[in-house]
Write a protein that binds this ligand. Structure first.
Ligand code: CA
Length: 510
């Protein structure tokens, strides 16, 4: 449609428009806390997601895509800016995003794209760089959510219905009402399957049968320093990190008394491992029911692209703001640099550009989204962005000098589930993590917002992901792995220097 418009345009503007109009639309789909194994194409065996899987079948699946900081608000700031938390200023859930900084939205808008964001925003300040937006305040509600639209911030309007359907309606509205003659950039952000995992009413009978369990669901965490004390205080009770069901009971009791009754019946009389397995089933049932609605709704959007003949001209990216434990190590939630929470799903489809059914094992990060989308749009990638475009990898032309290690840092010391602040490096085979257990930020003086006092635990963990993909055996301190640990420390310090992260805490010492 845009191409026809170009041909009809007058000669002089046509020269400018001709270049512009060959640019693809960009549809960036991001769910919240959606772990890769809960997508059919990743082979987790937990759920079939035929619509998300279309992107893998018709495009590329990245098997080594990671976040830089496994938590909602900071991840979103990284996606927008292409910069690590210490550069974009959003270290924690409490930080307000400075909307005056350069973002992929501002840059695409300036390049002539019609830009929009719908759904979860979670950056506190009003969205900037968007021609249209309709976003949830904060976390938003699963049912009858409030929406803030451009021009009315911070006023809200209530949209009756289930949040995943509502956000999709808003995405379709943006697509239908977009101006002719301009490519579009839409960030279509789901709230689901973020806790407290409220499924659509019509989906509550799904996944009633057995659900595969991770092999380390019943891991004994008492000998793991980073995991043994992970608890959360909710409603005056100290709850184990691995017992999400109890948290739901407390949080949901006002809304879903009949569900609470059902769970209590399901868990009645159980103890020990049997109780843990029953809690896992309740958790996964609800989580997967939430994912089911995302898949169904992505189908509505992909069908729209097909119907309007837009699919061939649109780069579609599917990802999540970070990963999530689906019972591995007996856990749920995120924050850690462990594989389940570090890894993000990443699928990209662009017919004629990305070879169908391809798979990449390149180490990519959410840091790379902004530069990649600018690259697809043919816009300049600012030097200040710390990520790198993965477009050439997606299109089957991987560069010879792609990164061989990624950098990670989680700052909110002991703020939730008692998870210590940590940083680390991951290569294609090894991972080294330094749990430094300190609330102080870059300057080594001022505590980051929301972080708590340290309890004095400083320690390293080293994993061989080839031999031990589930990260069950910490090899740090073993003589045979001394040289590998030393090399990884060098890599870690080199990455900190490259990205301009703080000298605090020192990680050169043993
Ligand atoms: Ca999240």
């Amino acid at each position: 449609m845009r191409r026809r418009f170009t041909l009809a345009a007058a000669v002089l503007p046509a020269l400018a428009l001709a270049a512009a109009d060959d640019r693809p639309n960009i549809l960036f789909v991001m769910s919240d806390d959606h772990a890769a194994p809960a997508i059919g194409a990743y082979g987790g065996g937990l759920i079939q997601t035929p619509n998300i899987d279309r992107l893998a079948a018709e495009g590329v699946r990245f098997d080594n895509a990671f976040c830089t900081n496994s938590i909602c608000t900071p991840s979103r700031a990284v996606v927008l800016t292409g910069k690590h938390s210490h550069r974009n200023g959003v270290f924690t859930l409490s930080d307000v995003f400075d909307g005056s900084q350069q973002t992929v939205a501002r840059l695409l808008q300036a390049a002539g794209y019609h830009t929009g964001v719908v759904g979860k925003w979670h950056l506190k300040s009003a969205p900037a760089g968007f021609d249209e937006y309709a976003v949830l305040p904060g976390q938003g509600l699963y049912y009858d959510p409030q929406i803030r639209r451009k021009g009315a911030w911070p006023e809200t309007e209530t949209h009756p219905g289930y949040v995943t359907d509502v956000i999709t309606d808003l995405a379709l509205e943006f697509l239908r009402e977009r101006p002719a003659g301009k490519p579009f950039f839409l960030m279509y952000h789901h709230k689901a399957p973020h806790d407290v995992f409220v499924p659509k009413r019509e989906h509550r009978g799904l996944f009633a049968g057995p659900i595969p369990e991770p092999r380390n669901l019943l891991e004994d965490r008492r000998n793991r320093r980073a995991l043994r004390d992970t608890t959360e205080e909710v409603g005056g009770k100290h709850l184990a990190y691995g017992n999400p069901a109890w948290r739901w009971f407390l949080e949901r009791v006002r809304y879903e008394p009949e569900e609470i009754d059902r769970w209590e019946r399901e868990l009645a009389g159980l103890a020990g491992d049997r109780l843990k397995r029953a809690q896992y089933r309740i958790y996964m049932r609800r989580y997967l029911q939430c994912v089911y609605a995302i898949d169904e709704n992505l189908g509505r959007v992909l069908d729209y692209l097909d119907r309007e003949n837009l699919a061939a001209d649109t780069v579609v990216i599917y990802t999540s703001d970070q990963g999530f434990f689906l019972g591995e190590h007996g856990l749920y939630d995120k924050r850690f640099m462990y594989e389940e929470t570090l890894r993000i799903p990443l699928l990209a489809r662009a017919p004629g550009r990305i070879p169908a059914g391809s798979v990449s094992s390149a180490l990519v990060q959410n840091l790379d989204f902004a530069p990649s989308m600018l690259d697809w749009a043919g816009a300049a990638i600012p030097e200040a962005m710390q990520g790198r475009s993965f477009r050439s990898i997606a299109e089957g032309r991987p560069p010879g000098d792609w990164r061989s290690a990624i950098y990670y840092r989680y700052w909110m010391n002991r703020a939730h589930f008692n998870v210590p602040a940590h940083l680390g490096v991951r290569t294609d085979r090894y991972k080294l993590i330094y749990f430094y257990d300190d609330p102080r930020g870059s300057d080594g003086k001022t505590p980051v917002a929301g972080a708590r006092a340290n309890v004095g635990e400083r320690f390293w963990e080293l994993y061989d992901l080839k031999e031990d993909p589930r990260e069950m055996r910490n090899l740090y301190g073993q003589e045979a792995y001394g040289p590998i640990a030393a090399q990884l420390k060098e890599r870690l310090n080199a990455l900190r220097e490259e990205y301009g992260d703080a000298a605090f805490p020192a990680t050169a010492s043993p």
